[in-house]
Design a binder for this molecule. Structure first.
Ligand SMILES: O=C(CO)[C@@H](O)[C@H](O)COP(=O)(O)O
Ligand SMILES: [Co+2]
Length: 225
């Protein structure tokens, strides 16, 4: 049975007390770090120094979501800062295979992200090499947006693609995930769930991680049903 993993997004954390907020989610499976460059996305966020700080103060593996143009120019900074897993956008990368190989050479897990309007079939020639596929369920740039329902169909399509290839990468969903939809998202094929506002907007972030994982795990039994 696959395990459901929760990856709280620090975009919704209190950046004035980042170490304190990271301590609150020490029961998480990943820490999701949204890197935005103000070019690929209409927002600007974290550089490698934030990854280095997260690595220093937390033992939770770092899931670095790079929403940047030309990621080949900056993946090394984040890998060297301590990322355990780096995902790059299909729409932003010219040499995806080279990026994935580079990350693996550096001992970092590699994933590809698809925006809501980017079709799953484009992964056909790279899926065998991936540790993760991340489906965006909102348009990248901001936390607190509404989950896009068409993601369910993409999850089922991605599950079928993985089956055809005989591979089992982690399947992550990012954007608008919460207690109201996590079970259904997992049932459609996801097993890593990003949650920003659902975790850091809660009174008790550790309890929110626990509850989301419990609710998500109920969806595992419904996968492929
Ligand atoms: O990558 C992004 C947004 O571009 C996300 O990781 C958000 O940070 C998720 O926030 P919520 O929708 O869970 O509040
Ligand atoms: Co993200």
């Amino acid at each position: 049975m696959r395990n459901v993993k929760i990856s709280p997004s620090i975009l919704s954390a209190d950046l004035g007390n980042l170490a304190g907020d990271l301590e609150k989610i020490s029961n998480a499976d990943f820490i999701h770090i949204d890197v935005m460059d103000g070019h690929f996305t209409p927002n600007l966020t974290f550089g490698p120094e934030v990854v280095r700080v997260a690595k220093r103060v937390s033992n939770v593996p770092l899931d670095v979501h790079m929403m940047v143009s030309n990621p080949e120019e900056s993946i090394d900074w984040y890998a060297d800062a301590g990322a355990d897993l780096i995902t790059v956008h299909y729409e932003a990368a010219t040499h995806l295979h080279r990026i994935v190989s580079r990350l693996h050479d550096k001992g970092v897990q590699a994933g590809v992200v698809l925006n809501p309007a980017t079709p799953v079939c484009l992964l056909e020639s790279i899926i065998d090499d991936l540790d993760m596929v991340l489906l965006m369920s909102v348009n990248p740039g901001f936390g607190g947006q509404k989950y896009i329902e068409a993601t369910y169909a993409k999850l089922r399509e991605l599950t079928a693609l993985c089956k055809r290839h005989g591979v089992d990468p982690m399947i992550e969903v990012d954007g608008g995930v919460g207690m109201g939809n996590i079970e259904q998202i997992v049932a459609a094929g996801a097993n890593v769930l990003v949650a920003g506002s659902a975790v850091f907007g809660s009174q008790d972030p550790a309890q929110a991680v626990f509850d989301l994982r419990e609710a998500g795990t109920r969806g595992i039994a419904k996968q492929n049903a």
